[in-house]
Design a protein around this ligand. Structure first.
Ligand SMILES: [Zn+2]
Length: 120
């Protein structure tokens, strides 16, 4: 991968990172304040707990994504970006276009998914 491509993916990753941080802050605050307005009956309460869990689940996925974005930025710095961390083959550029924080080539990713080891 040449310097220009690295620059391109780095910009993409940085943008993704600030988006995720914003989203996480919003969701986290939403989830925390959800159902704290008082005066509900117990059905409302159950519904609120249910919603809170869904929101926290989303926060978890975004937090994981953020972690992967950070790691990808680290790989750009260390010069190993775009290389599969499993088999060390190049990751398809088309794949990086959609998933700039991809750690695995498509073959390793499919294999991991099959074994249930990764979600993203
Ligand atoms: Zn691989």
């Amino acid at each position: 991968m040449n310097a220009k491509q690295l620059e391109y993916f780095k910009a993409k990753l940085l943008e993704m990172r600030s988006d995720l941080i914003n989203k996480l802050n919003e969701r986290y605050n939403d989830a925390l304040s959800f159902g704290n307005d008082g005066g509900q009956d117990s059905a409302d309460e159950a519904y609120n707990i249910y919603n809170k869990n869904i929101m926290l689940g989303k926060v978890e996925t975004d937090a994981l994504k953020l972690q992967l974005v950070e790691q990808a930025l680290g790989r750009i710095t260390s010069g190993t970006y775009g290389v599969c961390i499993e088999c060390e083959d190049d990751i398809e550029e088309r794949r990086l276009e959609f998933v700039p924080f991809a750690r695995f080539c498509i073959d390793c990713k499919s294999e991991m998914e099959r074994k249930g080891l990764v979600k993203i």
